[in-house]
Design a protein. Structure first.
Ligand code: FE2
Ligand code: FE2
Length: 279
C-alpha cells in the first residue's frame, strides 16, 4: 500500500475511533432495560436471535484472519482490533437476551456456542482490497438484519431486545461507513481495479459463516420466510445504495465485470443462486 493510501487509512481510523469513543459506546449491563425482556415472543424471534448470534460467534476467526491479512496497514489493523471489541459485545448481548428473556437456559447457550465454534470460518477473499469490499456489503446487510428484527421485537413488546438491537444497528452502520470510506480510498488510487474486485465480490457474495454454522439451511430459510432478509432486500437496501454512494454506474460495473461472473444490479433477482438461503 502506498504511503499516501496508508496515511488516509490511518486518518480514517483515528476519526472513526474518536467518534466511537465520544458518541457510540454502550454498556450491556446498564443500558438495556432487561426487566422488559419477554419470554412470550413468537418462536421465530429467539431462533433468529440465536442464528445471528452464531454468525457473531466466529469473532476469533474474523479478527485473527483479517488482522493477519491487513497487519502491515496500521490504519486497518488498529481498526480491526477495535472492530473486534465492538463485535464481541454483539454475541454477548444476544446471548444475554436469550437467557434473561427465558427463551434459553445459560447451559443451552453455552452448548450452542461450543457447537458453533467447533467449526472454523475462513476468509472468502485473499486480498485486503477484496475483503474490505466484502465487509462493506456485509456490514450494511447485517445492520439491515438487525433493523428488521428490531421492528419485530418491538411489535412483540420486547423493549430489551429492541434496545439491544438498536445499539447493534448503530455499530454495524458505523462499521459499514468505515469500510465504504476505505473502498473510496482504494478507488481514488485505482478505480478500475477496485471496481473489478467489487464485481467479483458481488458475484460471489454470501453472508459470513453460512457454510459452517450448524443447521444453517433451515435457519436461513426461516430468516427469509419471516422477511427479515432476502435477496430482494439485499439488492434494494444494500447493493443499490452502496453503488449510488460510490457513484458507480451499472454500465461501468457491467463493462468491468465482463471478465468475471456477470452482475446486473437492475436484474430482478440476480443473486438467487448464491443467496437462496442468505442472511
Ligand atoms: Fe456485529
Ligand atoms: Fe459489524
Amino acid at each position: 500500500m502506498s504511503a499516501t493510501l496508508e496515511n488516509r487509512f490511518y486518518d480514517l481510523y483515528t476519526e472513526y475511533f474518536h467518534r466511537a469513543e465520544a458518541t457510540r459506546r454502550w454498556n450491556m449491563l446498564n443500558d438495556i432495560p432487561w426487566d422488559l425482556a419477554r419470554k412470550e415472543v413468537p418462536d421465530y424471534i429467539p431462533y433468529i436471535v440465536e442464528s445471528f448470534c452464531a454468525v457473531e460467534l466466529y469473532l476469533p476467526d474474523y479478527t485473527s484472519k483479517i488482522l493477519q491479512l491487513v497487519r502491515r496497514s496500521r490504519g486497518r489493523a488498529w481498526f480491526q482490533a477495535n472492530w473486534g471489541y465492538e463485535e464481541s459485545k454483539h454475541s454477548l448481548v444476544l446471548e444475554e437476551w436469550l437467557v434473561r428473556s427465558g427463551n434459553r437456559t445459560r447451559q443451552e447457550v453455552t452448548d450452542f456456542a461450543d457447537t458453533v465454534l467447533a467449526n472454523e470460518w475462513n476468509l472468502g477473499f485473499d486480498s485486503p482490497r477484496k475483503m474490505i469490499i466484502y465487509t462493506m456489503f456485509q456490514e450494511l446487510a447485517t445492520g439491515m438484519n438487525y433493523r428488521k428484527l428490531r421492528e419485530r421485537a418491538l411489535e412483540a413488546g420486547d423493549e430489551a431486545l429492541g434496545t439491544a438491537l438498536q445499539f447493534l444497528t448503530k455499530d454495524e452502520a458505523a462499521h459499514h461507513s468505515f469500510f465504504r470510506d476505505g473502498v473510496k480510498i482504494f478507488m481514488d488510487e485505482d478505480r478500475d481495479g477496485t471496481l473489478c474486485d467489487l464485481a467479483e465480490v458481488l458475484a460471489n457474495f454470501e453472508m459470513p459463516a453460512q457454510e459452517v454454522i450448524p443447521d444453517w439451511e433451515s435457519r436461513g430459510k426461516r430468516i427469509v420466510a419471516e422477511k427479515i432478509f432476502s435477496d430482494r432486500i439485499f439488492l434494494r437496501h444494500v447493493v443499490r445504495p452502496i453503488l449510488n454512494n460510490l457513484d458507480v454506474t451499472r454500465e461501468e460495473l457491467k463493462e468491468l465485470s465482463k471478465s468475471t461472473k456477470q452482475v446486473d444490479p437492475e436484474a430482478e433477482d440476480p443473486y438467487a443462486d448464491s443467496l437462496a438461503v442468505a442472511v
